[in-house]
Design a protein around this ligand. Sequence first.
Ligand SMILES: [Zn+2]
Length: 135
Amino acid sequence: MEIEVRKLNALKKYEGDFGFDYEPPADICLIPLCSIAGKVKVEGSYVIYEDESVGITLTVKYDLVGQCSYCLSPAQKEIAFTSDILYVTEKDEDNYYYDGIKINLKTAVDDAILMSQPNVLLCKEGCTGIDVSNK
Ligand SMILES: [Zn+2]
């Protein structure tokens, strides 16, 4: 999951697409009793600008599986999330940094996975939780 910017520049490939499967870290799912099923599909495109900054659009897709956060029934949800980011060669607070040679997308992909997660995973829309009334 690297973009070899210097090499692409030399080849005059200033724009392009990429795609790969990513094995997510085990602790990246923050929802209790849930996990990411299998691998995360990552797709995106890059544009290398004249000042060596690199604009990247990336989409992460994966399935969340586990127990409903309200009623504990089995639950599953397909997640797709796109983010636009910029890599720069001089550190600042708003963008990702790279050394001008190549970009490793791991941090940005992990961030996208974190940002894409809902706060809860529900078995169905409008789940009201465990029925505790004694009918
Ligand atoms: Zn539920």
